[in-house]
Design a binder for this molecule. Structure first.
Ligand SMILES: [Zn+2]
Length: 319
């Protein structure tokens, strides 16, 4: 099926960016050593179509095929479709390995970047699996989620308002499934990657969720579980709030994804508030921080037998 995302069909080319250093934090670091912010050569950086540099390799930025990300693309043999839409989730996340001299060893093997969309109910559930040692994208889990407690008319209005402006409302309607099914498929995906099994239960093994803020796993997932009459899955009990790691590592307060991206001079790719694109952009911030030598550690943990009570593990944190 054709995917109408004409509003996104702007041209973005790749060009190399030199390393620059921003003003380091003026406050003294708390427990960990604050690192000056520098710029990483991400292969997918942004320039405008009006700025063609013939001597540089240019790759046109393409929106993801949102049927493909959900395992439902039926046009993989159509060259026009393949030219128009990206079918490689690692395309915007390639890193120049020669720059990774400051990488430190991590206690986790994989980082699962998660950025939910939907205020009333969850509408989109994207998870990017990043290898903590190589920064490679290992896999992507992406589903549009159909609300369970809304009338059809309310859903239509909600989706038009939320996704119509990105031109992806049709693919949403074609693919969205209830949260209960999303959770079942996500668990199968975790098991396939040997990160969790239903039989053993408990936390993720060798992996942790990365979120931008605490809202996704502290507030929204438990709310949606209640609405969908699901028990809160045990792997959602702890996570890494990237903003808290950012604060303690760079000693700079960033209130959101855009602030972190601006400070690290990472160009925004795609559409802000389209979950799949936000997840990729957060992953680009994560890659930058890993390449600067940041250590990813759990920042928040739900107390046992209490879905409401969350313990924050970093003293210095964004509130
Ligand atoms: Zn496709």
């Amino acid at each position: 099926m054709a995917l109408p995302r004409t509003s996104l069909c702007k041209l973005i080319s790749l060009r190399s960016i030199s390393v620059s250093t921003l003003v380091p934090a003026h406050l003294s670091p708390p427990t960990s050593v604050a690192s000056p912010i520098r710029r990483l050569n991400l292969s997918a950086s942004l320039s405008t179509a009006q700025d063609p540099s013939p001597q540089k390799t240019e790759i046109r930025w393409k929106p993801m095929c949102l049927y493909y990300t959900q395992g439902k693309c039926t046009k993989m043999d159509d060259p026009i479709h393949l030219d128009r839409f990206n079918h490689d989730c690692s395309r915007d996340l390639q890193v120049n390995m020669s720059e990774l001299t400051r990488l430190r060893s991590q206690n986790l093997d994989f980082l699962l970047v998660l950025d939910l969309e939907g205020r009333v109910e969850i509408l989109e559930f994207p998870v990017l699996m990043i290898n903590a040692k190589t920064m490679d994208v290992e896999d992507l889990f992406h589903r549009f989620v159909r609300p369970t407690k809304m009338t059809e008319q309310r859903i239509n209005e909600y989706i038009e308002g939320k996704y119509g402006k990105f031109g992806v409302d049709r693919v949403w309607h074609d693919t969205a499934i209830p949260f209960k099914e999303v959770v079942q498929q996500f668990e199968a995906w975790l098991t396939q990657h040997q990160l969790w099994t239903k039989e053993v239960g408990g936390h993720l093994t060798r992996a942790a969720f990365i979120t931008c803020g605490n809202w996704d796993l502290k507030t929204k997932v438990p709310q949606q579980c209640e609405v969908s009459k699901l028990e809160l899955p045990p792997y959602f009990m702890e996570w890494i709030n990237l903003k808290d790691v950012y604060l303690n590592f760079y000693n700079r307060r960033a209130t959101g994804m855009r602030t972190m991206m601006n400070e690290l001079q990472i160009p925004l790719l795609g559409s802000h508030h389209l979950g799949i694109d936000d997840t990729k952009n957060i992953a680009r911030v994560l890659q930058h921080m890993l390449s600067d030598g940041a250590l990813m550690q759990i920042t928040a943990r739900r107390k046992p037998n209490s879905s409401a009570n969350v313990e924050f593990l970093f003293k210095n944190r964004i509130r």
